[in-house]
Design a protein around this ligand. Structure first.
Ligand SMILES: NC(=O)c1ccc[n+]([C@@H]2O[C@H](COP(=O)([O-])OP(=O)(O)OC[C@H]3O[C@@H](n4cnc5c(N)ncnc54)[C@H](O)[C@@H]3O)[C@@H](O)[C@H]2O)c1
Length: 258
């Protein structure tokens, strides 16, 4: 009997340059490290420079190529500079993961602070626009590529006490669809990823009761891991997802199937 050989999905990003926002922590860090292990050259963008540097250094020590870049994603000029930095360091930009985000103010609509609402819209929604606005011309210059934007289960369903976050993440879903339609015939696939609750520093202030309740709302009976989201993002950014554009890719343990 001849021995079967299995294709290993390693090095599928050889020669590709990836920019990740929110790359210093959680889902962004995990995705930067995973895709670097699979051959991507990575620009780790975050406002926390020490965290971004640590991720880039770790990638380099493992034999990959990465640089950190400090930027506040709510500053369009900073995002243009991040893209220019990618082109300067690696010669092109092919792939982008617009992922930086924050939790918004908690409470019913009439009770939440207006500045807190504006902030979460700026970071979680408008910054995705600023990111794509800077990235798309570079990806076109590189001859095409792919973008993933981080939405959430709260970009698909509502939550009464997360008004700003829900509005921002639904906005990311729509922005992604519009951008995907605009560039589908120009060689750029654009999708959104929708994680359920994921064990990252973003959840660090959650009470034990809230945790227990939220875990019970996930049919798999647990929170997800940053690694599980990173796997989905890497797939969407790879050529294996060549006919996937404008989709809402759920990584939620069944949460939104209720
Ligand atoms: N953890 C979850 O349960 C969960 C669920 C659904 C969606 N998400 C989304 O996933 C994304 C990543 O979240 P995470 O859980 O990895 O959180 P995290 O807090 O571990 O990482 C977020 C990163 O974004 C960076 N960041 C925040 N604001 C920034 C800004 N203005 N400019 C530049 N960098 C900024 C932070 O410094 C941090 O490194 C977010 O968009 C979040 O809304 C998270």
């Amino acid at each position: 009997m001849t021995k079967k050989t299995y294709q290993v999905y390693e090095h599928r990003f050889e020669g590709k340059v990836l920019l990740v926002t929110g790359g210093a922590s959680g889902i962004g860090k995990s995705t930067a490290e995973k895709m670097a292990r699979q051959g991507a050259d990575v620009i780790v963008v975050d406002m926390q420079m020490s965290g971004a540097e640590a991720v880039a250094k770790n990638i380099r020590e493992l034999g990959g190529n990465a640089f950190a870049f400090q930027a506040d994603v709510t500053d369009p000029k900073a995002m243009e500079a991040a893209v220019a930095f990618a082109e300067e360091k690696f010669g092109a930009l092919h792939l982008a993961f617009n992922n930086a985000g924050i939790g918004g103010p908690a409470g019913l609509l009439a009770d939440i602070d207006i500045d807190g609402y504006r902030k979460v819209i700026e970071v979680n929604l408008n910054a995705v626009f600023y990111g794509m606005h800077a990235e798309i011309p570079a990806i076109l210059r590189a001859g095409g590529g792919a973008i993933v934007n981080t939405s959430s289960i709260l970009g698909i369903v509502g939550e009464a006490t997360a008004v700003g976050y829900v509005a921002a993440k639904h906005g990311v879903t729509g922005l992604t669809k519009a951008a995907a339609l605009g560039y589908a015939d120009k060689g750029i696939r654009i999708n959104s990823v929708h994680p359920g609750y994921i064990e990252t520093p973003l959840l660090k202030n959650m009470s034990a009761e809230a945790r227990e309740l939220l875990i019970s709302q996930h049919p798999q009976g647990r929170f997800g891991t940053d690694e599980e989201v990173a796997d989905a993002v890497a797939f969407l950014l790879s050529d294996r997802a060549s006919f996937i554009s404008g989709s809402q890719f759920l990584v939620d343990g069944g949460y939104t199937s209720h």
